[in-house]
Design a binder for this molecule. Structure first.
Ligand SMILES: Cc1cc2nc3c(=O)[nH]c(=O)nc-3n(C[C@H](O)[C@H](O)[C@H](O)COP(=O)(O)O)c2cc1C
Length: 199
């Protein structure tokens, strides 16, 4: 992984970091993890990066629940059970990637449930919390960790809300761990395909 020294900073503030373009373009969704644990210090660094995201009115309404060990197993057991119930109701063909995402959450050593405290209103805060999640993924990559943003929890959101008994709004789950594969980049639409320039 390419690392550079920030040349623009004074000596006392020089930091080692992954080049920004390298982080933006090199990050991948990681769906297979080694069993090695992730030190809490690194999890904290990932969460600290989240707290530096922009937020509507600087509301910082992101909240996080970090799960490892038994706490993670309790949640993934509930997730799997609820997915099975739903599958009986709506059929396997309608379950999308949900069981696959559950497998990944079971395998990853860390699952972070991301919430929206919603104190400034849910709508704008959705954007703020999404920005925080992207910071987490980039920071994880910078630390050599793999991560995955998981929306499949919304197949059975009530299971998560009931389990944690929190008034916060469920936003996502993010897995963290040491990558066990090196996926190729997925194709991207070009700037021209997704942009109109008006003037
Ligand atoms: C809001 C959101 C929800 C996602 N949910 C899932 C998910 O539930 N399961 C999964 O395997 N990947 C999920 N992903 C990952 C995307 O599939 C992935 O980002 C996309 O295919 C591009 O691949 P890349 O992240 O490697 O660039 C999600 C990503 C986002 C932004």
């Amino acid at each position: 992984m390419k690392r550079i020294i920030n040349k623009g900073l004074s000596l006392s503030r020089k930091v080692n970091c992954v080049d920004l373009d390298e982080a933006i373009k090199g990050r991948r969704s990681i769906r297979s993890y080694l069993t090695d644990p992730v030190p809490e210090e690194l999890i904290r660094e990932v969460l600290e990066a989240a707290t530096y995201a922009p937020s509507a009115k600087n509301g910082q309404q992101w909240r996080f629940t970090v799960l490892t060990g038994n706490a993670k197993k309790e949640l993934t057991d509930i997730f799997r059970q609820e997915l099975r119930f739903l599958c009986r109701e709506i059929g396997a063909e309608n379950m999308g990637s949900s069981f696959g995402s559950c497998n990944i959450m079971e395998e990853a050593p860390v699952v972070i449930v991301v919430w929206n405290a919603g104190e400034e209103g849910w709508e704008t805060e959705v954007h703020s919390v999404a920005a925080a999640i992207q910071n987490m993924l980039l920071k994880a990559y910078g630390l050599g960790l793999g991560s995955l943003w998981i929306g499949d929890i919304f197949f059975v959101p009530e299971a998560f809300i009931r389990h944690f008994e929190t008034p916060w709004k469920l936003m996502a789950a993010v897995t963290l761990g040491w990558p066990n594969h090196d996926p190729s980049p997925l194709p991207r639409k070009s700037v021209d395909q997704v942009t109109e320039f008006l003037g």
